[in-house]
Design a protein around this ligand. Structure first.
Ligand code: PMP
Length: 462
């Protein structure tokens, strides 16, 4: 049946989609054999596909980024007005919405000082890595500190540098060789503790293990540690409260910068403006993307402390002849995304979406926990409007369900009119965590509808 309420023919579009597009992360056989869902409209947290089917979107646009929901005319209008006035001039020059949005970011990050704009989460992390690398070459006191530590389970992006800093083996296994100087440290998931311990009688060994890796590699070779405040694509893993203060002390002791990748957790996702605000920690560099402009426009940023910026200002290395961070990006700092970001952030503040995230997020976690009576719901974890269910065949052994079983559950959920996400689990190799990251406007009633649909989908059997 064609959706004649649309200005195009659904069958033709579905056919053209197959003929022309190469979709992200889509197995080719699945793509060739199945019709792809084409989303055409959205309002609030609801979306409609090209066939006229309606869904509740628990993914904020697929990858957790539409913070203020769909259909925000004021965001579209802000972008329109800006584009008509002044669409683009390169980031080596200034523009007013970029200045205003940088001011807003620094208001939200009072302990940081300088904002560097780019276009995606991967790029924001690459900038951070390039800052570390350039400093290790031109700043006398940081000479040779070029290595970057990253954690098992964390994801930092799709480019080769960001992949080199990613701890999920299955995501990166076919793309090597990777960039030299990226070194893995253990993860911190209590459900599958890498040290086979149980919190709180564990001495927080996962945090202390960072120091063992530093000792092995040599502190004088390490410039930074990058972490996701709460691991997202690696299985929705919030660390225990002691974790970051210990990690921070270790980093400070060895003059290693702490980079917080807030690409997923920033802009309210976890109930505080930044994910790291749940912990006593004070990062040197914060990277962000996704929620910045609620993904109405692409935008990312790398925000640094003054001491990082100053290293470039004061370098006396004659050989380098450079007193600046030698990096440029054509679209980094574009005016349109800034206008979207300013308006989206105004909505988050004025509609108290953080408060909604705390209240409805707690409710969502509680309701999802009730699903633990089902035999395959192994673990439920999360923070704010960011939760995950890890599915297992056996709760004792924690043997995971198979990819095929997981696909069946996902299909059942979609059949109930709900779009949920699926990520890596707390160990490598399988995508057995279902995730829930709706726009920050979701209500308790909508959570009830979703959780009932999940229960039905699971009970329908795998
Ligand atoms: N960091 C984290 C924590 C992410 O989850 C992602 C993307 N999901 C990225 C970085 C990369 O962002 P992008 O896809 O915008 O390059």
């Amino acid at each position: 049946k064609n959706a004649d309420w649309l200005e195009y023919n659904a069958d033709e579009m579905v056919k053209a989609d197959k003929e022309c597009l190469w979709h992200h992360l889509k197995p080719h056989k699945v793509f060739e054999s199945q019709e792809q869902m084409i989303i055409v409209e959205g309002e609030g947290i609801n979306v409609k596909d090209i066939r006229g089917r309606e869904f509740i979107d628990m993914t904020s646009g697929g990858v957790w980024s539409v913070m203020v929901g769909y259909g925000r005319e004021s965001v579209a209008k802000a972008v329109y007005d800006q584009l008509v006035k002044m669409p683009y001039f390169a980031g080596v020059f200034g523009n007013v919405p970029a200045i205003k949005f940088a001011q807003k970011l620094l208001e939200k990050l009072p302990r940081l000082d300088k904002v560097y704009f780019s276009n995606s989460g991967s790029e924001a992390n690459e900038k951070a890595f390039k800052i570390v690398r350039q400093a290790s070459n031109i700043v006398p006191e940081r000479k040779g500190k070029y290595k970057i530590l990253f954690r098992d389970r964390d994801y930092h992006g799709t480019t080769i540098g960001a992949m080199s800093a990613t701890g999920q083996i299955q995501r990166k296994q076919d793309f090597g060789p990777f960039v030299e100087g990226f070194v893995e440290v253990p993860h911190c998931c209590c459900y599958r503790c890498p040290f086979d311990k149980t919190y709180p009688d564990c001495n927080i060994d996962c945090a202390r293990a960072v120091e063992d890796v530093i000792a092995r590699e040599g502190a004088d070779t390490i410039g930074a540690l990058i972490v996701e405040p709460i691991t997202a694509g690696g299985g929705i893993i919030p660390p225990v409260k002691e974790y970051y203060p210990i990690v921070q002390d270790i980093c400070k002791k060895h003059d290693i910068w702490l980079i917080m990748d807030e690409v997923v957790c920033g802009f309210g996702r976890t109930g505080k403006f930044w994910g790291h605000e749940h912990y006593e920690v004070d990062p040197d560099i914060v990277t962000m993307a996704k929620g910045l402009a609620s993904s109405y426009e692409p935008l990312s940023a790398t925000v640094v402390k003054q001491h990082v910026y100053d290293l470039f200002l004061n370098t006396t290395d004659e050989a380098s002849r450079l007193n600046y961070f030698r990096d440029i990006s054509t679209y980094g700092g574009c005016a349109g995304p800034m206008a979207a970001a300013l308006e989206s952030t105004r909505i988050i503040e004025e509609e108290n979406l953080l408060e909604n995230t705390v209240v409805v997020g707690e409710y969502m976690l509680e309701k999802l926990n009730e699903l633990k009576d089902l035999p395959i719901v192994g673990d439920v974890r999360g923070q704010g409007l960011f939760c995950g269910i890890e599915f297992v065949r056996d709760k004792e052994t924690k043997e995971p369900v198979s990819e095929a079983e997981m696909a069946t559950i996902m299909g059942n959920v979609l059949g109930q009119g709900v779009i949920v996400g699926r990520t890596n689990s707390s160990f490598d190799g399988l995508n057995t965590v279902m995730n829930f990251a709706p726009s920050l406007i979701i209500t308790k009633e909508q959570v009830d509808t979703v959780v009932a649909a999940i229960r039905n989908a699971i009970e329908k059997g795998i």
